[in-house]
Design a protein around this ligand. Structure first.
Ligand code: C2O
Length: 484
């Protein structure tokens, strides 16, 4: 295994990815789009961050990475660290023992939609799909706002927005552009690693006249399954194999289309779609895609992990998650756990606004999620992938135990609950740490749709060491916020 080191100078640049509006955007080393982080299974990843934003604190979270043994490297401010103050340096240092398609993003105060989000790819020499494709291509989807997040967030939580309507994005992007062409050769198989890095909008995705064969979801290999259209909520990922045609005379469109059901009102003139092209012939035209009026995406719950991991049948702990409001503590929860001795297993230590659930080592935990809201919510758990046990139809109301459970459930780290529906998830608490469970719509983090899983805090006390730069960030916290 190798050590892969990245030196990231986080600062403002100007970008105009939809060609309609130039705006300050958060880049890395003077560039935006920001670079992908890539490593191999077993590598150690070191990311040295310098915060050159001057007017904002920051952090980096490595979405989907378990951070086993390094719970303080998870990047969630108020949970695993204090915000990185302007001018400060801060090092993330962790091992990646899991293959797959991930992403990294700021986990500080609604910041990532301003640009601080990019792919994180862990290659696997032992992939069950090794040899089944010729090349891989990273395809990011995202929504895009012309306004900057601090202003949008102020409006979103203000009395001027009594219905709590989420700001609607101005555009959709693929690989941070609206002019994406992917050169392909005939008769080859490509693995597309697809990541939705959106703040808000889920996207439907389809390739005209080409079938996607799904082989991975959120870092979990799945038995190959054919799909004409997939749906990715904010933060979800898929790897799909696409075999190209033998005929090179035409190019083909592929389309990402934002799910407009999420929007309270659809502004006039909004184009929900972004189109890219599989380019077989660079002299042939780039055809306009046909309109699709009915969306019928692949059902992710039908996927089967290749490792055959069976449903945990004994539940030790049940957590009910309803409508609760999280307020971020000033002292990161991981520090509270480390400094609370035997009280670390008492939820009250973590304050009344963290929605703390205390989990014992190796318990099988079941989360029952009742969505009393007419919206769709993509829930994400840090530190784990969960088994997806039950997901109701729209409008089914609260969960009632009357289900036939899957024998080998699909697993992933971000999953969508349906409008006024319910969902049951299970995971094993085998990764001591403080892990957020939250809706990945950035607006809903701001409104507190967040809970904290405090997993085996006594184990953490035995092993976790906090490096000096992490302590320094906390010492400078008051100064940094006062300067904002
Ligand atoms: Cu993508 Cu709380 O994370």
């Amino acid at each position: 295994a190798a050590t892969v080191t990245y030196n990231f100078d986080v600062g403002w640049v100007v970008a105009n990815p939809d060609g309609a509006f130039e705006r300050p955007t958060i880049g890395i080393n003077g560039q935006w789009p920001i670079p992908a982080i890539t490593a191999n299974v077993g590598d150690r990843v070191v990311v040295n961050v310098k915060n050159n934003l001057q007017n904002q604190t920051t952090s980096l979270h490595f979405h989907g990475i378990y951070q086993n043994g390094t719970a303080n490297m998870d990047g969630a401010t108020g949970v695993s660290q204090c915000p990185i103050p302007p001018g400060a340096t801060f090092t993330y240092d962790f091992k990646v023992n899991q293959p797959g398609t991930y992403w990294y993003h700021s986990h500080e105060g609604g910041q990532y939609p301003d640009g601080l989000r990019g792919p994180l790819i862990i290659h696997d020499p032992d992939s069950p799909y090794k040899g089944k494709y010729d090349e891989e291509i990273v395809l990011t989807l995202s929504d895009w706002y012309h306004d900057q997040m601090p202003g949008l967030l102020n409006f979103f939580i203000s009395y001027a927005n009594p219905t709590g309507a989420e700001p609607v994005p101005n555009a959709a992007l693929m690989n941070d552009t609206q002019n994406l062409t992917v050169s392909v050769e005939p008769g080859k198989t490509y693995m597309f690693r697809i990541v939705n890095m959106a703040a808000f909008a889920a996207q439907y995705l389809w390739f005209e006249e080409h079938t996607m064969r799904i082989v991975e979801v959120d870092g979990i290999y799945t038995e190959e399954a054919d799909a004409d259209m997939i749906y990715l909520t904010a933060a979800q990922r898929y790897s799909v194999l696409i075999t190209t045609k033998n005929d090179t005379s035409k190019n083909y469109a592929f389309v990402g289309s934002m799910d407009q059901d999420l929007f309270d009102t659809v502004p006039d003139g909004l184009n929900p779609n972004v189109t890219g092209w599989l380019q077989y012939d660079k002299d042939a035209e780039l055809p306009e895609p046909a309109t699709v009026d009915e969306f019928d995406p692949f059902d992710d719950f039908t996927l089967v992990p290749t490792d055959g991991e069976e449903l945990y049948d004994k539940v030790d702990y049940s957590a009910f998650f309803n409508d609760i409001t999280y307020i971020r503590p000033k002292v990161p929860t991981v520090f509270t756990a480390l400094s609370s001795g035997t009280s670390a297993t008492n939820p009250e230590i973590y304050g009344s606004n963290t929605n703390a659930f205390i989990l014992e080592k190796n318990q099988v935990v079941e989360i029952v999620l009742n969505n009393y809201d007419p919206g769709k919510h993509p829930f994400h758990l840090h530190g784990h992938a969960f088994q997806t046990v039950v997901r109701s139809a729209d409008e089914a109301g609260a969960y009632v135990y009357n289900e036939t459970f899957p024998q080998v459930p699909m697993r992933r780290d971000t999953v969508m609950v349906r409008p006024n529906g319910n969902m049951v998830l299970r995971f094993r608490a085998d990764n001591p740490g403080i892990w957020l469970f939250h809706c990945h719509i950035e607006w809903h983090i701001a409104s507190g749709l967040v809970a904290t899983m405090v997993e085996a805090p006594e184990e953490l006390q035995k092993s976790l060491k906090i490096p000096q730069d992490h302590l320094d960030a906390c010492a400078r916290q008051e100064i940094a916020t006062a300067g904002n």
